[in-house]
Design a binder for this molecule. Structure first.
Ligand SMILES: NC(=O)C1=CN([C@@H]2O[C@H](COP(=O)(O)OP(=O)(O)OC[C@H]3O[C@@H](n4cnc5c(N)ncnc54)[C@H](O)[C@@H]3O)[C@@H](O)[C@H]2O)C=CC1
Ligand SMILES: O=C(O)[C@H]1O[C@H](OP(=O)(O)OP(=O)(O)OC[C@H]2O[C@@H](n3ccc(=O)[nH]c3=O)[C@H](O)[C@@H]2O)[C@H](O)[C@@H](O)[C@@H]1O
Length: 439
């Protein structure tokens, strides 16, 4: 099949590369000259495990191309997948400017019979608006087929998730285009849910909001565990073995971040308000998450009294491991709060430092290794559970610090690893602190 993908961000690029991998001929279009130049050279503009290998492999096989020209990209494409950003507006609603612009850019070149697939996460009713826009701007003035096909990949495992989806959702009132899209994905052997466009759009928001709520729930249970002297990890394990609950997304930490949960939860709330459907549970999910992001700072303030002139080493900038993305990362809230409290911050992340520099500039120092970050620090904050960080030998870390104090926002170390230290103050999430004094 000949496929065009508009937008080569996390979703568009993963989709384009993986559709080429399963045998389609794909051309990816992006307005960013910089991204397209990099991609043409076989370099991925984003850090995603496995991305560059598949990128170069499929470019060499002549199944994958990149362009900044909508005209060149859309010529002879049977399926046009739109995967541009839909960020959050100040009002909480999704901002559809990029989506509508992409549709207007594409409209003059869309050929009769082509199918437009909306992969971006969009509010209920958007697919219908896209159809009307295409009717107004399309060269042929033919009513095009529009199919809602939301994406469920996770950053950090985008390639793997795209090639192994739990399900594929196809939302369209018309059977023919829905069947074409089902055929496009057939090599993936995934379960397919076919429904109307509005339900498909809602599946995406409901899924993200449910997962975010699951995280906020376990985070609150974690806080309660700390208060009553229980261990949230054992509680999660005990809950997760119940198949009706499931073990996934029960990891208590410092709140969810990323480009999607925060914005999608707030867009769902905006929709509930617009339609006057009470949904205070969603507001609670957001409030718990905002509080949770500040938990490590609160613990540090309890420990030190104040943080003035304390040197804090922050390990991890990215909102989760295996990505360089810092959109809505808890590290942003944490570092700004540490700076407000008068602390000096030195941070380390295996891949997100370039993005961090764009956010914090010269307000903090940047280390090129964990060792450099923790040297002579008063406390370490573990913010992202990178493998490199989880594999640290805690007793060695402690020996390089001014004070052996660790605030672990991701419960990265076992009790044994902590107890191996001669001297430590270890403050995890949702379970008792471990304090070992030198005898
Ligand atoms: N990032 C993620 O993990 C997931 C994102 N989503 C949704 O997918 C959509 C895209 O998200 P990301 O890939 O993260 O966005 P992104 O911001 O990484 O990438 C969007 C790309 O679209 C390009 N673009 C903007 N306007 C354009 C136009 N008129 N023509 C061509 N290209 C244009 C931008 O230059 C950019 O490269 C959003 O709606 C998001 O909510 C859904 C599932 C997962
Ligand atoms: O719409 C989207 O963009 C995507 O949003 C999430 O994917 P993503 O944000 O990439 O990453 P997740 O693994 O879901 O993690 C999100 C945040 O939740 C946090 N989290 C996750 C799981 C958990 O148990 N506890 C927890 O705090 C992570 O640290 C991270 O900050 C969803 O998992 C994807 O299905 C969805 O496609």
């Amino acid at each position: 099949m000949r496929i065009a993908v508009i937008g080569t961000g996390y979703v568009g690029l993963s989709t384009g590369v993986c559709l080429a991998e399963i045998g389609h001929h794909v051309i990816c279009i992006d307005t960013s000259e910089e991204k397209i130049t990099l991609l043409r050279g076989g370099k991925s503009p984003i850090y995603e495990p496995g991305m560059e290998e598949l990128l170069t492999k499929n470019m060499e096989a002549k199944r994958l191309q990149f362009t900044t020209s909508h005209r060149e990209g859309l010529e002879k494409s049977e399926v046009i997948i739109v995967a541009v950003g839909t960020p959050q507006q100040d009002s909480g609603e999704a901002d559809l400017t990029y989506l509508f612009q992409a549709i207007q850019d594409a409209a003059p070149y869309i050929e009769k019979g082509s199918i437009i697939v909306i992969k971006s996460t969009v509010p209920v009713g958007t697919n219908e608006k896209v159809k009307r826009l295409l009717e107004a701007f399309g060269q042929n003035k033919v009513s095009p087929f529009v199919v809602s096909n939301p994406e469920f990949l996770r950053q950090g495992s985008a390639v793997l998730d795209t090639l192994n989806p739990d399900r594929i959702v196809i939302g369209c009132e018309n059977k023919e285009p829905a069947a074409v899209i089902e055929k496009m994905y057939a090599p993936l052997n995934a379960k397919v849910v076919k429904t109307d466009a509005r339900s498909a759009e809602m599946i995406k928001y409901a899924s993200n909001a449910f997962l975010a709520t699951k995280i906020s729930f376990i985070n609150n249970i974690g806080n309660l565990c700390e208060a009553v002297g229980a261990n949230v990890e054992d509680v999660s394990k005990g809950m997760g073995l119940d198949q009706r609950i499931g073990a996934a997304f029960l990891q208590s930490g410092i709140g969810y971040g990323g480009s999607c949960f925060p914005k999608d939860v707030s867009a769902l709330l905006a929709a509930a308000k617009e339609y006057h459907v009470p949904f205070s549970m969603i507001e609670e999910t957001m409030m718990i998450n905002n509080r949770q992001k500040l938990l490590l700072v609160k613990k540090a303030l309890n420990r030190f009294g104040d943080l003035k002139h304390k040197k804090i080493a922050v390990l991890g900038f990215a909102f989760k491991p295996e990505t360089d993305d810092m959109r809505e990362a808890p590290s942003i809230t944490i570092i700004h709060s540490l700076l407000n409290e008068g602390a000096s911050v030195i941070g380390y992340d295996p891949v997100a430092t370039r993005n961090a520099k764009g956010i914090f500039g010269e307000k903090i120092a940047y280390a090129t290794s964990v060792g450099e970050a923790i040297k002579e620090s008063d406390a370490v904050f573990i913010v992202t559970e990178w493998k490199e960080i989880k594999q640290l030998v805690l007793s060695e870390v402690i020996s390089q610090m001014k004070q052996p104090i660790v605030f672990d926002g991701r419960n990265s170390f076992s009790e044994e690893a902590v107890r191996d230290c001669e001297e430590i103050e270890y403050y995890p999430i949702g379970k008792p602190a471990i304090i070992i004094r030198k005898s």
